[in-house]
Design a protein around this ligand. Sequence first.
Ligand SMILES: Cc1cc2nc3c(=O)[nH]c(=O)nc-3n(C[C@H](O)[C@H](O)[C@H](O)COP(=O)(O)OP(=O)(O)OC[C@H]3O[C@@H](n4cnc5c(N)ncnc54)[C@H](O)[C@@H]3O)c2cc1C
Length: 389
Amino acid sequence: MVDFTLNEKEQTIIDEILREGLVCRKYARYYDKHETEVLPDELPEAKDFDHIPAMFLDRGEDGSGPTVFGLLATMYRNWGDHLSLRRPPRGLGNASLTAAGTEAQKEKWGKTVLAMANTEPGCGSDSKAIETTAVLDGEEWVLNGEKIFVTTGIRAEGVVVWATIDKSAGRGGIKAFVVMKGTPGFELSKKEKKMGIRVSDTAAFVLKNCRIPRENLLGLNEEVKKKGGGGFKGLMKTFNLSRPATAAIGLGNVMAARDFVTEALEKEGIAVDWEAGLHKRSAVQQKLIDLEAELEVAILTTLRSAWLGDQGKPNNLESSISKSKGGDACRLSVKLALEVLGAMGMTEDQLVEKWFRDARITDIYEGTGEIQKLIIARQILGYTSADLQ
Ligand SMILES: Cc1cc2nc3c(=O)[nH]c(=O)nc-3n(C[C@H](O)[C@H](O)[C@H](O)COP(=O)(O)OP(=O)(O)OC[C@H]3O[C@@H](n4cnc5c(N)ncnc54)[C@H](O)[C@@H]3O)c2cc1C
């Protein structure tokens, strides 16, 4: 039987993490309003909380994948803000390193903060449409192309760039390359200004005859599989590792919205009577119950996908379910929060308007909700990506 109840020690750590989240959210609110990378002196020092063991961070001690407790910790760390995107133990590129790198490469770059660049102007949901090329020239790969919407792209020390070594091979030619900052030909072209999650930096890059060592190819496998698979599997594996964590970050946001609405209503003398039948509930009480139910389902599916990963079992279906439910819960919950609070939800004096802007991303990055539903349908019905697209 699976039991997600926390023991006393775990609860103490979660309480500490929530305390960290509550302090550090001041950073997130600052970044939401200011276009800067530099924090003013009066904000509290996040490093006070650095003693929380790395094993409780969202991708586990070695960055290898989400653990059940790690994801719970992520939800509480991100209570009300997407702080993990600002203070990642590592970046999304580290999940690619775990998914596609050799043991020696994991050793070499394991402690480096790596962003991950898959998306291009002409390639988003359909990852196999990657146009960025990598051509072997002697002992170097020469990369050319454009990458957009790279999370942590500004602060990362390097970026895992997905590129094709043979466009005619489709997904079979796609490989991942570690490109360190400062490499000639690897240029930051833009920092995005976003509606929400402004705590997180999002960058665009141009690669112009960017030369990197031959051994920076993750997995070191230069073979092109004409029938697909190959490096593309590493990209999909990256998402299996990261999607539950992405959902967990968004759910932390929703938990704060739920708590805020519950407290606001309690001040008005409105509380949910869970015993009362449907006919005895007010519309507003029903909305709170709906919000609570959405959140609970999303949390449980997220923890289940992490639990499967913990057990060493495949979790590709479950990681898409967690991301899909997480995205739905984020969108629905903040919408309900706004409906319940009315005008109060719209004012910048309250955080709900910020949560509303922030929550939308959970259903977009690392594959939109529509794409997750496609993946889920394919797996349940036994269709290939060619059958159902
Ligand atoms: C803040 C932010 C951070 C990001 N971080 C990263 C990152 O770190 N690294 C990275 O590589 N990318 C990143 N992305 C990019 C993100 O993963 C893509 O935006 C996302 O995958 C969707 O791709 P697209 O924007 O090109 O939309 P498109 O693929 O053009 O899709 C447009 C719309 O059509 C829908 N759609 C597309 N195909 C189908 C289909 N077959 N069936 C049904 N509906 C479909 C989509 O759901 C979407 O609603 C980030 C994006 C944002 C906004």
